[in-house]
Design a protein around this ligand. Structure first.
Ligand code: GLN
Length: 485
């Protein structure tokens, strides 16, 4: 049952072969058994989840079910959920119970999905390994000595270990795609503005985008159908006609032009990842796609530009955490500024402090032009590279990450090495473009490899269609770690 697709689960619920209460209980039992080791979930509330499951069963009985009604979904702990502890992986929010639902949570609730709990993440989504969390590191279900990727590593590990049929994550510079790649699952970051950021705790607002993580492209399409779309409460939400993300699932690949940027296959890419990605590209060609060699000349500037812009926005966004209205407050302090200082010093972890320092520095008078302004100019050039590229191709493909999942602790003391793992993912965020990762093989140590599929603005349905065709012809997405029998 835990290996079924969302479509299969939906059919079984409709045919009353299983109830939502049974399905939810099955996943709660798996969480109780496997989570103490994996640390993928930080909050589970069986009573709340089962109450939602009972409501879903009533809805199924009444004949008013939607495709996700009764299906348990895990939420990255960056999404506010009414009455749930919502910590963003940080001590500073370790006691924060949200008084309201994020748009995504509200939409999944309206669709009848069951909130299965909140998943672990890098503190404030800053990281590529899910090691910077206040709640401790998450383990990779394929190999417990390795990281699951980050920052949505809890969501990725939960889906990979079959603790949840699907999960939601956020992606500011790769945090849906890279953990999906490291954990052998599928994940998509939509075009900026497609999924509302309302109630999604802000890291870098011009880059943040929520999206689904699941076992297959088809599952991702069903998830997106439930929560993509306009929301007046997010000023950057795009008011566009409703999209059916399943519409291109059956479209054959014949004639599809796949751009392969030479910059994504240069120095720094591990051989095992290159081999698996090459084999996937060959598979796409076998299915009728054509390969187009191209260049994204400013790719090498994406990591430096990102690590100026993201911290700059973070330093502003995180100024609201001051210990006054909610969150952690230092137990002892002198005057008001001492209270701010101590609460923030004790409440934030080292990586978050590093980002606040970098961000404040690059925005400060005298350095603004040299760093922040320059990074914004580079951002424009990176977006222009993609505009040029999409004149020659329909989709762009390459590796999601230069390596398979690395060991826990391997890069934790070297931030620059950690930042460099984002080399293929951050450009999509800088340009606001949609991008996804799907499993495409295995590399060193038997660890999963992810193929990144990128598209032009608003082509999510086509990307999901191409990925689904690949998944019909291959079974990488069906492979699962030993513990997920
Ligand atoms: N690894 C990147 C960072 O640390 C991206 C994180 C994300 O997408 N939230 O900023």
């Amino acid at each position: 049952m835990q290996n079924a697709s969302l479509k299969q689960l939906s059919a079984q619920l409709a045919q009353k072969k299983v109830s939502s209460v049974e399905l939810t209980q099955l996943h709660l039992d798996r969480i109780a058994r496997l989570n103490p080791d994996l640390n993928a979930f930080v909050t589970v509330d069986a009573d709340k989840s089962l109450a939602q499951a009972r409501a879903a069963d009533a809805r199924i009985a009444a004949g008013t079910a939607q495709p996700l009604t009764g299906i348990p979904v895990a939420h990255k702990d960056i999404f506010c959920a009414k009455g749930w502890l919502t910590t963003c992986g940080s001590k500073i929010l370790s006691n924060f119970v949200s008084p309201y639902d994020a748009h995504v949570v509200e939409r999944l609730d309206a669709a009848g999905a069951v909130n299965l709990g909140k998943t672990n993440m890098d503190e404030f989504a800053m990281g590529s390994s899910t090691e910077t969390c206040f709640w401790g590191a998450v383990k990779n279900p394929w190999d417990a000595t390795r990281v699951p990727g980050g920052s949505s590593g809890g969501s990725a590990a939960a889906v990979a270990a079959r603790l949840a049929p699907a999960a939601i994550g956020t992606d500011t510079g790769g945090s849906i795609r890279q953990p999906a790649a490291f954990s052998g699952i599928s994940g998509i970051k939509p075009t900026y503005g497609v999924v509302s950021r309302y109630g999604m705790i802000a890291y870098a607002s011009s880059l943040d985008q929520g999206g689904p993580m699941a076992k297959s492209a088809e599952d991702l399409a069903l998830m997106l159908n439930a929560f993509a779309g306009f929301d007046a409460r997010d000023s950057t939400s795009l008011d566009r006609p409703p999209e059916d993300y399943t519409r291109a699932l059956a479209t054959p690949l014949k004639g599809l032009r796949i751009g392969v940027p030479k910059e994504y296959f240069g120095d720094g890419l591990d051989g095992d990842v290159a081999t698996a990605v090459e084999a996937a590209l060959a598979q796409f060609e076998k299915l009728g796609a054509k390969r187009v060699a191209l260049s994204l000349p400013n790719s090498r500037l994406s990591v430096p530009a990102y690590y100026v812009i993201a911290p700059a926005e973070a330093s502003s966004n995180l100024s609201r955490f001051d210990g006054v209205r909610y969150g952690y407050r230092a137990p002892e302090y002198g005057d008001l500024s001492d209270m701010y200082r101590k609460s923030r010093a004790q409440g934030f972890g080292a990586e978050v402090k590093r980002r606040i320092l970098i961000g404040t520095y690059v925005l400060s008078h005298g350095y603004y032009d040299a760093y922040y302004l320059k990074a914004q100019q580079i951002r424009r050039l990176i977006a222009q590279d993609f505009t040029e590229a999409y004149k020659q191709c329909d989709l762009i493909m390459g590796p999601t990450s230069p390596s398979v999942a690395f060991g826990i602790g391997a890069k934790a003391s070297d931030p620059v090495q950690m930042y460099l793992t984002d080399v293929y993912t951050v450009s999509a965020n800088l340009a606001g473009l949609p991008a996804m990762s799907i499993p495409c093989g295995f590399g060193e140590g038997g660890m999963p490899v992810g193929l990144q599929v990128m598209g032009n603005y608003f082509t999510e349905a086509d990307m999901l269609g191409a990925a689904h065709q690949f998944q019909l012809a291959t079974d990488w997405h069906l492979r699962r770690p030993a513990g997920a029998e």
